[in-house]
Design a protein around this ligand. Sequence first.
Ligand SMILES: NC(=O)c1ccc[n+]([C@@H]2O[C@H](COP(=O)([O-])OP(=O)(O)OC[C@H]3O[C@@H](n4cnc5c(N)ncnc54)[C@H](OP(=O)(O)O)[C@@H]3O)[C@@H](O)[C@H]2O)c1
Length: 332
Amino acid sequence: MEINEQTVRALVQRSHRGPKDLTLTTDHHRPTPGPDEYLVRVGVAGVNFADVMQSHGTYGGGPRAPYVAGFEAAGEIVGGGAGVDRPLPVGTHVVGAGRGAFAQYMTMPAAGVLPVPSGWSAAQALGLVLNWATALAALKPLGEIRTGEVVLVHAAAGGVGQAAVRLARHYGARVVATASPAKHDTVTALGADEVLDSRRADLAAEIMRLTGGVDLVLESVGRATFEVSLSVTKPFVGRVVVFGAASGDASLNTYDLVFTHQVQVMGLHIGALATAAPSVYASLLVELETLIADGVYPPGSPQVHPLADGPAVLRDLEAGLTRGKHALDPWR
Ligand SMILES: NC(=O)c1ccc[n+]([C@@H]2O[C@H](COP(=O)([O-])OP(=O)(O)OC[C@H]3O[C@@H](n4cnc5c(N)ncnc54)[C@H](OP(=O)(O)O)[C@@H]3O)[C@@H](O)[C@H]2O)c1
């Protein structure tokens, strides 16, 4: 396939001072795929909380500024580097993760790329490898969710949170969700049994009053909710899966685990899981395929913004002003 663009539009992060130093450039050089990578013409790029963290330089293992921002995209394979095992043909529409997604072209490690589900658009496929795979990993292989259990999902109106609420209900759990009050209608519509304001002072007492104790917590807010999560989890049998800290980091020490919160705490990073436990990750992908076929996982409906609006979208995500999935179109 002939590609005309040698220079492309991209959002470049120029410092670690946050989204305010994310700027649009029109003369970024189109990347060249390395070994085991595809070159992808980005149709639409997904916005994730990880982008906010990375803009502050706090995402573990992330690049140092300046760099082209963005982690996730869906688009069309237009080329490939050497050594890709059983390569997908040029022209295949894929969704995946890699560096530099907020641009018209990016490279993606071939191992992390999935075909866009049949009949879905690029935008509808966003969220598959980050939001849904993360929510599923937290609930199933790590959280070992069981029918009838009580599951607490924080930031339930967000990208991962919405997937988690749908999945937890599908697996037969009673879902207690937290979100900002302005987003409660969204979470209720997804089927959550109770929706609480994550910032209310008596959050732990209210969860205990409603449930008597929680079996599984999906913890992604960190400092603002971690103590509540630990205190409402059933001792010994309860599990807390930690996969984010949108409000900042919280800490837990050996004394806490021995004398105060005798709960099972697990960490999750979906990229690390794919690398360190490939068979577990492969089982997630098989399950996601089934969930799509069964309609449990519907096509996504992200709000798509022009690329130049990326800094404002990241600022809103950081401030907790967004709900659901947001995306950037690098061609407008
Ligand atoms: N470990 C992994 O592999 C992995 C993968 C994907 C995502 N994640 C993590 O999962 C979480 C959700 O990611 P997402 O992209 O779907 O983002 P998101 O949930 O759409 O956005 C973050 C949400 O966190 C909530 N929040 C609560 N307290 C906050 C505070 N003090 N400051 C800012 N936000 C606060 C806000 O919801 P309310 O306004 O409703 O409170 C906000 O909308 C993030 O922590 C992210 O880092 C981890």
